[in-house]
Design a protein around this ligand. Structure first.
Ligand code: ISL
Ligand code: CA
Length: 576
């Protein structure tokens, strides 16, 4: 038997530093704030913290626009503060995984300043500079080198008057894309990564890493893409999982992780990745990354107009999607498991019921996710059942994706109320409001004014209140994490989906040679009667050993193997 990597049994907690805990009253979370709340994470039982970026940054995209990879932004503290956090986390057996944002830098990074300084700069080729489309006037509409739209609205090209050329930015214009074709760029990135490993970090979450290899034609040509709803082109076929991806990741592995013997956690953020690609990225034999974040399941409620044109989720689609990834990575590779992060709306609002059934629906979504096979990621506040931000006016939003979208929607003549509805459902700011720690002003997040409004309801749902209540969402997450740490079936058991077409029941089994878990969840606000034999569970009448459940007194099958689940109730039975 091969020894399993430590991250197979680990649970990761994502901290978005800006919104976690503020210690100096400037209204923005900071690194000492994270250190001051480590006991919350230790009680929850997580093994790893993934820290969203804390590097020096102009904060156009809240730190995902980095101007110096080697230093901490003064907004968040200092390198000493970070060393202290790493040490204090280690005391609690928690590793710190850094966010690695190397598809692009900030336009204020010295590499880009140098690159932009002149067409003859030795670093010119470190970014994607291109002339205007032949036969057009540089700088005029339609002269962009390709029709690609940015992820954050508008063109993906920014005109530079000084040189008469354009640079590529798949994200904001303050996030120019690095040219990974250039070996000097790669060497710099690897050296930077090694310096962080030397500092004692436990690994990396790699931001949009599957966009680093662009498909380049003869003479450096880049191809146009099909038109998107906003009129720009979708260039993704030219840069998602591009031709040199595997070569770059294998080289990184060799130059960084092999050079620093140890065992790290690496997770590649890979929008648009297919299951087939993911299997290659995560095949241990290929020595690339440990797992990827896939995006299929978080796109199931996007409508024809994109993410801000949401449509209701059809539950069988979500079940089928996760089941497909379970199956696809069962033999080779490994899954990440997530419902939310700093880019997604809150799961309880999106797929649960953030009104009457907020607590129990948050518990059931968590239970279902955590009983899948893979490494679960808990996004800050998810363990408190935090709902969406509840913003009703544009002025409340801070995120550039949301604000750019609203401005562009106005230009396109979309209905203003539809835009606000789209943002309320899908804006990234839904997940970026401050964590409420107690019932003091601003939830104890800050003694000043928070940089973004608190989500209403925190007076009752803050962390202190939940830690004192065994029936809280917090303690439910704690129990799910403990179950993963103590029951090997949760880690290794083969996954089998039951009743795939059922529109409110989410049921599956996890099975090893000597034991089995039967997972039953009601994803609706009504009672749900389930005939266990009819969904393929034999001997249902004998299920009585409850491993974990949404309610203190879990539902039990009757003598005929029939069980009635209350609204949003879920339960896991164990049998030997
Ligand atoms: O939320 C999205 C926009 O609709 C996603 O497409 C998101 O931009 C994509 O998942 C990449 O996200 C990562 O890189 C971005 C950064 O803004 C996100 O916060 C980060 O998670 C650029 O660095
Ligand atoms: Ca602060």
């Amino acid at each position: 038997e091969t020894r399993r990597p430590w991250w197979h049994t680990a649970v990761v907690y994502q901290v978005y530093p800006r919104s976690f805990a503020d210690t100096n009253g400037d209204g923005v979370g900071d690194i000492p704030g994270i250190t001051s709340r480590l006991d919350h994470l230790a009680e929850l039982g997580v093994d790893v913290v993934w820290l969203s970026p804390v590097y020096r940054s102009p904060h156009d995209d809240n730190g995902y626009d980095i101007s110096d990879y080697t230093d901490v932004d003064p907004l968040f503290g200092s390198l000493d503060d970070l060393d202290h956090l790493i040490a204090e986390a280690a005391e609690r057996d928690i590793g710190i995984v850094m966010d690695l944002v190397v598809n692009h830098t900030s336009d204020e990074h010295e590499w880009f300043r140098d690159s932009a300084s002149s067409a003859d700069s030795v670093k010119r080729d470190w970014y994607w500079w291109r002339p205007a489309r032949p036969g057009t006037t540089p700088g005029e509409p339609g002269a962009e080198p390709t029709n690609w739209g940015s992820f954050f609205s508008g063109s993906a090209w920014q005109y530079d008057e000084a040189s008469g050329e354009y640079y590529l930015h798949l994200f904001s214009r303050k996030q120019p894309d690095l040219n990974w074709e250039n070996p000097e760029v790669r060497a710099e990135v690897y050296a930077m990564m090694r310096s962080w490993l030397a500092r004692g970090v436990a690994g990396f979450r790699m931001d949009v890493i599957n966009l680093i290899s662009k498909r380049v034609g003869p003479g450096g040509a880049l191809a146009d893409g099909p038109e998107r709803p906003d009129g720009w082109g979708d260039g993704s076929a030219q840069y998602v999982d591009g031709p040199r991806m595997h070569a770059f990741l294998a080289e990184m592995h060799e130059q960084v992780f092999d050079a620093f013997p140890g065992t790290y956690l690496t997770v590649a953020e890979t929008p648009g990745v297919t299951l087939e690609q993911a299997r290659e990225y995560t095949d241990p034999e290929r020595r690339e990354v440990d797992m990827v974040f896939q995006f299929e399941h978080v796109g199931l409620d996007h409508g024809p107009g994109g993410k801000f044109d949401p449509r209701p989720l059809h539950l069988p689609d979500l079940k089928a999607n996760l089941a497909r990834w379970q199956e696809g990575l069962a033999e080779t590779g490994w899954n990440s498991l997530y419902l939310g992060n700093h880019d997604q709306p809150r799961a309880v609002s999106r797929w649960g019921d953030d009104g009457e059934h907020r607590v129990v629906s948050a518990k059931t979504l968590a239970l279902v996710l955590h009983l899948h096979r893979g490494t679960p990621y808990v996004y800050q506040g998810e363990e408190l059942g935090m709902p969406n931000a509840g913003f009703t006016a544009l002025e409340q939003y801070r995120d550039l994706e949301s604000l750019n979208y609203a401005a562009d929607a106005e230009r396109r003549g979309l209905d203003a109320d539809d835009v606000l509805r789209g943002l309320a459902a899908q804006s990234r700011d839904n997940a970026r409001t401050p964590v409420p720690w107690d019932d003091s002003p601003h939830g104890g997040f800050t003694t000043g004014e928070p940089w973004i409004a608190m989500t209403p309801g925190w007076e009752r749902t803050n962390a202190r209140a939940q830690r004192a209540d065994q029936g809280s969402v917090f303690h439910h997450y704690r129990r799910l994490i403990e179950l993963r740490h103590t029951d090997p079936v949760v880690v290794d058991g083969a996954f089998a989906l039951l009743a795939p077409e059922h529109e409110s029941l989410w049921a599956f089994t996890r099975t090893t040679e000597d034991s089995q878990l039967v997972v039953l969840a009601n994803l609706s606000g009504g009672e749900l009667a389930v005939d266990l034999a009819a969904i393929g569970v034999e001997g249902g009448a004998d299920l009585h050993d409850v491993a974990v459940a949404s309610h203190a007194e879990a539902a039990r099958p009757d003598g005929e193997g029939r069980i009635v689940l209350r609204p949003w109730e879920s339960v896991v039975f164990r049998r030997a």
